[in-house]
Design a protein around this ligand. Structure first.
Ligand SMILES: Cc1cc2nc3c(=O)[nH]c(=O)nc-3n(C[C@H](O)[C@H](O)[C@H](O)COP(=O)(O)O)c2cc1C
Length: 206
């Protein structure tokens, strides 16, 4: 083993003060997920084990590490909304992750405004400049290589409606940096913000 490489097998522990896994796989976009239970009680929470997985139809997904309110709600209703977490909304996003009872509405807790969606019953975050209305396509319980299920669930949904603040469309082209998305790094508190200075362009080989 070369001296300059820290090697480990996760099942045996990482041997470091902090698990580097999600600092390495980062910064990650944030799935800021609104959902509601069968009585219409609202829920909002951030999930950074989140990404987009397909273009047509557009499919996004996030992973619930443990059985959480969002998973329970989405299993019951089959719907959720995704809201873009931005630098101006960072504090509210953070407040919405509080471990509170299922009946507590994190919109109210975080000082955010629920606004009716068009296609689904679940409201989206008014203050967020971009939202997706989603209908669940699959909920997959994850398993290890030993085929044993682990208490984590990947929730996938088709994006059935999209809301974009027109200020983010420059000549009709969505301006990613202008939206000031925030991204999650590792450790207890690391986030990244991006601006136009972070862009470089590279076209695929012909
Ligand atoms: C930025 C950020 C990212 C998070 N990512 C995840 C994640 O990917 N999966 C997860 O299970 N919890 C994640 N959490 C923790 C949940 O947000 C937290 O457990 C929350 O209370 C779950 O809410 P719910 O029970 O209303 O669904 C994250 C928290 C923060 C602040």
């Amino acid at each position: 083993m070369p001296d300059d490489i820290h090697y480990y097998e996760p099942s045996q522990g990482h041997g470091l003060p902090h698990d580097p896994f999600n600092a390495i796989v980062g910064p990650r976009p944030i799935g800021w997920i609104s959902s509601q239970d069968e009585h219409g009680r609202l829920n909002l929470a951030p999930y950074s084990f989140f990404n987009a997985f397909n273009y047509v139809p557009p499919i996004i997904g996030f992973s619930s590490i443990g059985r959480k309110d969002s998973l329970n709600n989405i299993e019951k209703t089959g719907e959720f909304a995704w809201n873009l977490a931005t630098r101006p909304l960072a504090e509210q996003m953070n407040q919405s992750c509080a471990a509170v009872a299922p009946e507590v509405d994190e919109f109210a807790l975080s000082g955010l405004t629920p606004v009716a969606s068009r296609v689904i019953a679940v409201p989206r975050v008014l203050e967020s400049p971009v939202s997706f209305e989603c209908k669940v396509t699959q909920i997959i319980q994850l398993q290890g290589v030993d085929k044993h299920p682990v208490p984590s669930w990947l929730i996938l949904g088709e994006v059935v409606a999209v809301h974009i603040a027109k200020a983010l469309l420059k000549d009709g082209v969505y301006d990613t940096a202008a939206a000031q998305p925030i991204l999650r790094g590792g450790g207890p508190a690391d986030y990244f913000e991006i601006g136009h200075e972070a862009i470089f362009k590279m076209f695929r080989p012909r």
